[in-house]
Design a binder for this molecule. Structure first.
Ligand SMILES: Nc1nc2c(ncn2[C@@H]2O[C@H](COP(=O)(O)OP(=O)(O)OP(=O)(O)O)[C@@H](O)[C@H]2O)c(=O)[nH]1
Ligand SMILES: [Mg+2]
Length: 325
């Protein structure tokens, strides 16, 4: 299903209008390699943390709540000899609602258009059925793959690697072990990714780190603070739309954003006693956005109730979740 709404997610292909992104695209030197490396895995294994670590900037939000990532998102890493377009995806899980179905479907589509698949797993726990489920999708995509054992810093017993090494060996995939938070093992992972790419051009200007518009990242930074400050059903029921970004005052950017929830009770939790929770979320999100745009921000948040938006395909589109068929 296609729609002209510019707030909808862009697909995992180079943008046709690169002038909108700024910067120029150099001619690739002899022997230059490039391509799409799609990061897949179960929820919460550290895919987005790894993406941020690789591009050296927070382009994807991270939280201890499973299903943090909802949109396919590209981080761009340009090295002297290669350009890797890293595609972060939502954790692959058994979907319980239309939103979940869209997330899993989009992750699978990103895998099918990959040049290399990076299957991230959590090395601090043993391999399980969820990992085998993901491995079947990687196998079906038929692309070169690497099993990336993450959270090496948390691992207490090396024997936990065995199940993951078996998955890699069974399919003839590469294996790398690293910690996305400490950076240990990341260089080796990178060289494994580059070695699986074909010769190719620059797809994006070398200084660009994400294909996402700033407005999208702003909405995600607000959602991240909600994930960090609320519990249970609230995080999963929230969608953000950034309604207005006013840059007319060069000293202060004014932003208005709506937080959509499914029930009055969730609205009550988000606002908190005397507005205290909304204030806490707003202050923390404002600081994150100030870091993003490197300038002062005035952030205004309001909360809307949209019953069952996660079940509604038209609402999913309205809130920027691309519904791929
Ligand atoms: N100790 C440790 N924690 C990590 C590492 N990588 C990620 N984490 C933590 O694991 C949690 C999940 O990280 P995310 O990057 O959001 O995981 P994800 O796979 O993108 O999750 P979804 O988007 O929900 O699928 C966060 O609390 C991270 O801080 C690591 O290498 N070491
Ligand atoms: Mg994520």
């Amino acid at each position: 299903m296609s729609t002209p709404d510019p707030t909808l997610e862009s697909i995992a292909e180079p943008s046709s209008d690169l002038s909108a992104l700024g910067g120029t695209i150099p001619i690739a030197p002899e022997g230059f390699r490039s391509g799409f490396a799609t990061i897949v895995g179960r929820p919460n294994v550290g895919k987005s943390t790894l993406l941020n670590g690789l591009v050296g900037q927070k382009v994807a939000i991270v939280s201890p709540t499973a299903q943090t990532t909802r949109n396919r998102l590209q981080g761009i890493l340009t090295l002297p000899t290669a350009q890797i377009i890293l595609v972060d995806t939502p954790g692959i899980h058994k979907p319980h609602h239309a939103l979940g179905e869209v997330l899993v479907k989009n992750a699978q589509n990103a895998l099918n258009s990959a040049d290399v698949a990076l299957m991230v797993v959590d090395g601090s726990v043993a391999a399980g059925r969820g990992d085998e489920f993901v491995a079947r999708w990687v196998e079906a995509a038929g692309v070169p793959a690497i099993v990336g054992i993450n959270k090496a810093d948390l691992q207490t017993d090396e024997a936990l690697d065995e199940g993951y090494r078996a998955i890699a060996a069974d399919h003839g995939w590469g294996i790398a072990k690293f910690s996305a938070t400490t950076g240990e093992g990341i260089e080796e992972l990178l060289s494994q990714i580059v070695s699986r790419l074909d010769p190719g051009p620059y797809y994006y200007p070398p200084d660009l780190v994400t294909d996402r518009p700033e407005r999208f990242v702003m909405g995600e930074l607000i959602r991240e603070q909600i994930l960090l400050h609320t519990r249970e059903e609230v995080p999963h029921s929230v969608a953000i739309s950034v309604e207005r970004v006013d840059e007319s005052d060069p000293k202060l950017t004014r932003i208005q954003a709506a937080i959509h929830v499914e029930r009055d009770s969730q609205k009550g939790i988000l606002i908190g006693k005397g507005g205290s929770m909304l204030k806490l979320i707003g202050t923390a999100a404002r600081q994150q956005i100030q870091r993003l745009i490197d300038g002062k921000v005035h952030l205004e948040l309001f909360v809307n109730v949209r019953p069952n938006w996660r079940q509604s395909r038209s609402r999913l589109q309205e809130f920027g979740y691309r519904v791929e068929e």
